[in-house]
Design a protein around this ligand. Structure first.
Ligand code: SF4
Length: 424
């Protein structure tokens, strides 16, 4: 028996009854188990019980064995003098401190439903990546949805830590923050770091100054990315090189070493050379997104901001001076959705919190509600069980749940497990 399982059982009262007989033969009735305390001090605060007809309100301590009281060195701790109940799985020792302060001890061993333990054991012994995969369909949909909503809120908060960090590095400038975040997202994990670095090398005001001229933006980005410092046969690339040389001197720009960019195992459409062009085009087509980001707070406006057709040299070259290919399509719908989910919504949420603008916070959640469910390795563990999901708010909640709970078998902290173990 684990103490955290006892906490869980007591917290949700997964017991055969609410009426107990203490080890001294006293009748105890539990009205409220108390609030679980994960910090120092008694395990449950503000429990409400009846002991021999007298109502008591106060703290409750839980142990696997009564003797754990001594192991945990409570005997010299005054905090434990004013308990209302000591709950143990097995009563193996009388505790002087409890006797002195008239604290009754309840032994739970015979009150725990064997089915609960069986279900719990099957959960923690499961070798599946989703330990509850066989039972989760027994949980009411509304309970799963409500837990996923809570997970989504946690995910937003944890993303906020990253945005906060970028915001402070950007001297509390919202536009520059969005610019850095978006650049990082255009790197789509594999090239996120060099993309972020590149954006830091070309400050937003410079990019915006040249936003009206895509050729100049291309010179800035491909040049600073380190792609223009070799000999090219293409006239267009030679022109870009000349333009970049001019900007480099004018703005004292620093080039990245092109070896930082990764091409391996990427489909050509995801090559950084293609993503750079898409990023430059985004700035060219919608500079207002960076100037007034608060105006782009709906999925519709964001889809519009990122939907553009491409032309020019990079519309048919995956790599500089590579072979000419058929026209490369603009940024795909899935990629735009990814940008909204991973950058725009967390940015709007942060913006709303910083400026006390509830509408922006709502907009962030609306984006998740309106975008479709994301199919990926993590969410597939849940859809494979037969559960049906529709929106990005659900997939975001599942990602948070999987990373922070399922992966570490933290089922005892999970709102789905409490419903699962309740299920008859
Ligand atoms: S943490 Fe929750 S969702 Fe994940 S396996 Fe355990 S009970 Fe299931």
């Amino acid at each position: 028996m684990r103490e955290d399982l006892l906490h869980f059982i007591w917290n949700f009262q997964l017991l055969k009854t609410r009426e107990f007989v203490s080890v001294n033969g006293t009748k105890i009735r539990v009205f409220h188990p108390g609030e679980l305390n994960k910090d120092a001090g008694p395990d449950f605060f503000n429990g409400r019980i009846e002991v021999d007809g007298i109502i008591l309100v106060g703290n409750i301590e839980i142990h696997v064995n009564s003797s754990d009281w001594l192991k945990h060195r409570h005997e010299n701790d005054k905090v434990y003098d004013n308990l209302i109940l000591h709950v143990v799985y097995k009563h193996d020792k009388s505790i002087l401190q409890n006797t002195k302060h008239n604290v009754e001890t309840v032994e739970l061993k015979n009150y725990i439903d064997a089915a609960v333990l069986k279900k719990y054991n099957s959960l923690i012994s499961s070798s599946s990546a989703l330990p509850c995969s066989k039972q989760i369909r027994n949980v009411e949909e509304i309970k799963i949805q409500s837990w996923l909503q809570r997970m989504l809120a946690d995910r937003m908060e944890s993303k906020t830590d990253y945005v906060k960090h970028v915001f402070s590095a950007a001297q509390n400038d919202f536009s520059q923050t969005l610019y850095i975040m978006l650049a990082r997202n255009f790197g789509f994990k594999i090239n996120a770091e060099p993309f972020e670095l590149l954006a830091k090398h070309i400050p937003l005001p410079i990019a915006l100054k040249h936003s009206g001229n895509l050729f100049q933006l291309e010179a800035l980005y491909y040049g600073c990315a380190g792609f223009l410092n070799r000999a090219y046969k293409s006239k267009y690339l030679q022109q870009l090189q000349n333009e970049f040389e001019f900007f480099k001197n004018k703005y004292k720009l620093i080039e990245l070493d092109s070896s930082v960019w990764k091409f391996l195992r990427l489909r050509p459409a995801n090559f950084p050379t293609v993503r750079l062009w898409q990023f430059a085009t985004a700035i060219h087509k919608c500079p207002d997104l960076f100037k007034n980001p608060e105006n782009y707070n709906t999925v519709e406006s964001l889809l519009q901001a990122f939907s553009y057709t491409h032309d020019g040299y990079f519309s048919n070259h995956y790599k500089l001076d590579g072979q000419e290919v058929r026209t490369i399509k603009g940024i795909g719908k899935k990629s735009v959705e990814n940008l909204i989910v991973n950058t725009m919504a967390p940015f709007l949420f942060f913006y709303g919190k910083q400026t006390a603008n509830d509408r922006m916070i709502e907009s962030a959640f609306e984006c998740y509600e309106e975008l479709p469910f994301e199919d990926n390795v993590k969410t597939r563990h849940f859809t494979k069980t037969g559960l049906k999901f529709k929106t990005a708010s659900e997939s975001q909640g599942i990602i948070q749940l999987f990373d922070n709970y399922c992966k570490n078998t933290r089922c005892l902290d999970c709102g789905i497990a409490s419903n699962l173990l309740f299920h008859k």
